[in-house]
Design a binder for this molecule. Structure first.
Ligand code: A3P
Length: 287
C-alpha cells in the first residue's frame, strides 16, 4: 500500500486519502461477514448513492425515517472506508453496505458466507462523464484536466478503483450463483418500480404495492436531490463544491452524447471492445 498525494494505492487501485486508510482496508479484509449481510457493489459513479437510498427503504418496508434522518454514508456505509468500523459494528442485522472493491478483494469471510450482493453497472461512457464532473467539484480528487485527458486516464485505469472493465469482469466472473443480482443503472432509470420489485424479491422482503409506490416516489432523482441526507450538502463546500457541479448532477442515461465527440466515441468504444475481448458480456446500452 502506498500513499500518493491525494490518493492511497491499494492493490494497484487509486482510492481517496480523504476517506480511505491502511486501517480501513485492514478492517475490510478482516471483517466477519454475516450470512444475512447485504452488499451493493458498484464501480464509482454507477448509482451507489441511489442504492443507499433504496436499500434501507426496502429493508424497512418503505419506512422513510432512516433516509430522512441519517446521512447516506452512515445509513449504508462503504465497507472499505474509514467510517465502516464505526458504523457497521453497531448496525442491527441485516447489515447493508456498499463497496467499490473488485470481487477478489472482498473480505476473506465473504466467500464462505451466504451474504447477498447487488452489482450495479452503468454505461461506462456515462460513468466517465459523471466522474469527470465529480473530479471538478471534489477537492480531495485531482483536477481531471481536459475531457480528452480524462478519457485517456479512464481508459488506462488511472482513476478511482482502476479500469472499469477489470471491475466489471471481476464481478461477472464471480461464482456466486443466486447470491448475486446484476442490475444496470439504465434499467433503474427506465423502470424503477419494476427494479424495486426485483430487489425486494431477491432480498426476500415482501412489500405491499403501496409501499413499493412510496419507495419509487421517494427515490426519484428530483426528490433525492432535495434530501439533505443524500445530496452531500452536509459536506463543507471546501470539500465538495456543488456550485461547480452538484453531486446529484443530471441523473439520466446517455448524457455522454452531450460530451463525446465522434472521435472520442470511436476511441472509447474500440478500447473497451479490446479490453472485453473474448468475454460473454452483454449490456443493455449496447442493444
Ligand atoms: P450523474 O453525475 O450522471 O448525474 P454514485 O452515487 O455511484 O457516485 O453515482 C452518482 C451518479 O448517480 C450521478 O450521476 C447521480 O446523479 C446519479 N444518481 C443518484 N441518484 C439518482 C437517482 N435517484 N436517479 C438517477 N440518477 C441518480
Amino acid at each position: 500500500m502506498t500513499n500518493d498525494g491525494k490518493y492511497i494505492v491499494y492493490h494497484g487501485l487509486l482510492c481517496p486519502n480523504e476517506t480511505h486508510s491502511p486501517e480501513s482496508f485492514k478492517y475490510a479484509e478482516e471483517m466477519k461477514v454475516n450470512d444475512d449481510d447485504i452488499f451493493v457493489v458498484t464501480y464509482p459513479k454507477s448509482g451507489t448513492t441511489w442504492m443507499q437510498e433504496i436499500l434501507p427503504l426496502i429493508l424497512n418496508g418503505g419506512e422513510l425515517t432512516p433516509v430522512q434522518t441519517i446521512p447516506n454514508w452512515d445509513r449504508v456505509p462503504w465497507l472499505e472506508e474509514t467510517r465502516a468500523a464505526l458504523v457497521l459494528d453497531r448496525q442491527t442485522s441485516p447489515r447493508a453496505m456498499v463497496s467499490h472493491l473488485p470481487y477478489h478483494l472482498m473480505p476473506c469471510s465473504f466467500f464462505s458466507s451466504k451474504a447477498k450482493v447487488i452489482y450495479v453497472t452503468r454505461n461506462p461512457k456515462d460513468v466517465m462523464v459523471s466522474s469527470f464532473h465529480f473530479h471538478k467539484m471534489a477537492s480531495f480528487l485531482d483536477d481531471p484536466g481536459t475531457f480528452d485527458e480524462f478519457l485517456d486516464k479512464f481508459l488506462s485505469g488511472q482513476v478511482l478503483f482502476g479500469k472499469w472493465t477489470d471491475h466489471v469482469k471481476s464481478w461477472h466472473n464471480s461464482d456466486l450463483g443466486d447470491r448475486i443480482l446484476y442490475i444496470s443503472y439504465e434499467e433503474m432509470v427506465k423502470d424503477l418500480r419494476g427494479v424495486l420489485e426485483r430487489f425486494s424479491c431477491f432480498l426476500g422482503r415482501e412489500l405491499s404495492e403501496e409501499a413499493l409506490d412510496c419507495v419509487a416516489r421517494h427515490c426519484c432523482f428530483s426528490n433525492m436531490k432535495t434530501n439533505a441526507m443524500s445530496n452531500y450538502s452536509l459536506v463543507p463546500q471546501e470539500i465538495m463544491d456543488s456550485s461547480k457541479s452538484p453531486f446529484l448532477r443530471k441523473g439520466i442515461a446517455g448524457d455522454w452524447k452531450n460530451h463525446f465527440s465522434p472521435e472520442q466515441d470511436a476511441k472509447f468504444s474500440a478500447v473497451l471492445k479490446e479490453q472485453t475481448k473474448g468475454l460473454d458480456l452483454k449490456f443493455c446500452w449496447d442493444e
